[in-house]
Design a binder for this molecule. Structure first.
Ligand code: O2Y
Ligand code: MN
Length: 614
């Protein structure tokens, strides 16, 4: 397809204007065809940017290796450039939009010299669905194009829906590495230095401008940028929810189905939960999505969720037969691997894959690597944030209705995070506003030194949306409260807080996790049906000690610990929320949440012994 083939005059002019600024060598319109995907891959393999993997072991798979400075989302270079600083709120980086556009226009000037400008028309959500949103990304990275072809729906059908004047979210992306006359990348990953990287969002005009990074969430602009940061603003204005949530389907032995969405901060196992294989006989879990949920009210007053994505951009290290066999199958063909290690027979390997490295590897930096288990300081062969980009349709646990444009009716919403202490295995909110309170205090233990945070401390990540909310988080809390007034209480999802990450004082896991989490899902399911055994406690509704069958290795004492109300720990939690967390939101904090905090404190103080579930 050529630029002249674009029937949408505004889109054509937008591309022409950007091309005049970025000065690419050529312009290609992405039609989304398998032939185009193949051609781009072949070009990248020929140029040395990509490595074709073993055709027998990993058919249709390729590996890429990024620049060491470009390996993950960069939160400190991510901006919400609202007109007023106050509207971005205390949890986002803000720059005046006029100033930021001036800086970025300067950087985009000539940034695509020697490169091809690709135009990617993409749909978040099934093409043509009422809930879907269309974006168009301009990029100079064929790696981005091929990843977008897996992660979203790209091409001609999207242009047909756009017609001659349909609305699209405009997204600019450049790797920020123009080529001089005759220069080539020589197979090296192109990007700009950290201080030149910008992931910018303009919420009022609903634009995304990204520069300098070719990696993941910084460059695949449909995902975190459109489907969360910009969509959260659209959702606020239109009365729905754009959330950092997986969606799963649970079927009980009688064939009754419930749909659950769950928000956990990044690196808390959302993909594993979304693809879980239950250990309890007769129960089935299927996948609708692993990262993002858009939830809108149906005519029946219930919240319906769609997964706006078409693929998984999953973390490879730690993915194994034990932790997530479905993800391994999803990524066994037609998959793009980034920053994994490569075996001598051109297969992939990463730390936590479930078997030792088979002989000599090439690590993600391109160096020879031989596993030395005795050397505790040996650098990993795969980058800890190495990824697989795999089509969702290849996942064995994908639900038949995963692309249903109506979405699926949500029965329960789970919040959670890594909390080694205090937070029990599961508790349920008494009502919607209590659920909003639980979402607002979500936190997770820092497991790796990052973002200047100390390992072992708790980072609050409300609704797991801290890096992804496109506006003031206090106003986002208000939006959630308002959503609860839009229907009757019986139609709203029930809200739960789960914690698979409890540890003993000696640092041993109290709960085995993975497939055994199905026991907790069963209690959630039965609470939605009204059949589960429960008890009211100062923190909310909890299972009785015998309501959840114990997995092997979990003693009665462990279970009591997992389901205990730790009054002292919770009072410290209240204190932390009151002094460190809530004050950040100032006058934007909804009064309902402060009232919930006061009620929790008085419940804990009124409790007769602090141990019982009175
Ligand atoms: O590091 C990146 O660029 C990707 S981050 C990511 C990818 C898939 C799903 N979730 C996340 C996240 O950070 O929440
Ligand atoms: Mn995520």
């Amino acid at each position: 397809m050529k630029l002249q083939d674009l029937k949408h005059s505004k889109l054509r002019k937008w591309v022409e204007d950007f091309a005049a600024l970025a000065k690419p060598e050529a312009i290609v319109i992405c039609d989304g065809s398998a032939a185009q995907y193949k051609q781009l891959m072949e070009e990248m393999i020929a140029s040395g940017l990509a490595m074709e993997l073993n055709r027998d072991k990993k058919p249709g798979c390729v590996a890429f290796f990024s620049d060491p400075s470009d390996v993950a989302r960069v939160e400190n270079r991510t901006y919400i450039a609202s007109v007023k600083e106050e509207d971005a709120g205390p949890t986002n980086n803000w720059i005046d939009p006029t100033e930021l556009k001036k800086t970025l226009t300067g950087l985009y000037d000539g940034s695509m010299k020697g490169r091809t400008l690709y135009v990617i028309p993409f749909s978040m959500g099934p093409v043509g669905s009422d809930i879907a949103k269309i974006g168009v990304e301009i990029t100079d990275s064929a790696y981005v194009v091929t990843n977008m072809m897996i992660m979203t729906r790209v091409g001609k059908k999207v242009l047909e829906v756009l017609g001659t004047d349909g609305y699209f979210v405009p997204c600019f992306h450049s790797v920020g590495k123009p080529l001089a006359e005759g220069e080539s990348d020589h197979g090296k990953w192109p990007c700009a230095p950290l201080d030149k990287k910008y992931i910018a969002h303009f919420p009022e005009t609903r634009e995304i401008w990204s520069y300098g990074s070719g990696y993941g969430g910084n460059a695949l602009l449909g995902k975190k940028c459109l489907a969360l940061r910009i969509a959260s603003v659209i959702a606020r204005d239109e009365g729905w929810l754009a959330e950092h949530m997986l969606i799963l389907k649970i079927t009980n032995p009688k064939g009754v189905v419930k749909y659950v969405s769950a928000a956990f901060p990044s690196a808390c196992g959302k993909t594993n939960l979304a693809m879980l294989i239950p250990t309890i006989p007769g129960w089935k879990v299927e996948t609708i999505g692993d990262d993002i949920a858009w939830m809108k009210f149906g005519k029946d007053g219930r919240l319906y969720a769609i997964n706006p994505e078409a693929g998984f951009f999953g973390v490879a290290p730690g993915t194994s037969e034990d932790s997530n066999p479905n993800a391994l199958i999803a990524a066994s063909k037609n998959t793009i691997f980034t920053n994994v290690a490569i075996t001598e027979d051109k297969d992939v390997w990463w730390e936590g894959i479930g078997h030792d490295a088979p002989g000599k590897l090439i690590d993600w930096n391109g160096n020879d690597w031989v596993q030395n288990k005795a050397d505790k300081s040996q650098k990993p062969a795969a980058h800890p944030n190495a990824r697989f980009t795999a089509p969702a349709s290849q996942c064995p646990s994908i639900a038949a209705e995963w692309e249903d444009p109506k979405g699926v009716p949500i029965d329960a919403i789970l919040f959670g995070g890594r909390r080694p202490r205090t937070i029990p295995l599961v508790h349920q909110a008494r009502d919607w506003n209590h659920g909003v309170f639980l979402g607002s205090i979500v936190g997770s233990e820092i497991t790796a030194a990052a973002l200047d945070l100390k390992v072992g401390t708790i980072r609050r990540d409300p609704f797991a949306m801290l890096p992804f909310c496109g506006y003031h988080m206090g106003e986002y809390f208000k939006h959630w409260i308002k959503i609860g007034t839009r229907t009757t209480a019986d139609k709203l999802p029930k809200v739960f807080y789960v914690n698979w990450f409890r540890k003993t004082d000696e640092g041993k896991w109290l709960w085995p996790g993975y497939g055994e989490n199905s026991r907790v899902l069963k209690w959630v399911f039965e609470r939605c049906e009204g059949s589960a055994k429960f008890v009211e406690t100062p923190i909310g509704i909890m299972p009785t000690i015998d309501a959840i069958d114990r997995p092997e290795g979990v003693s009665e004492k462990d279970m009591a610990e997992l389901l205990k109300v730790d009054r002292e720990g919770w009072l410290k939690e209240v204190e932390d929320v009151r002094t460190n967390h809530y004050p950040k939101f100032g006058k934007h904090l909804p009064k309902e949440l402060m009232a919930m905090l006061d009620e929790l404190e008085s419940n804990l103080k009124d409790c007769c012994c602090g141990k019982c579930k009175c």
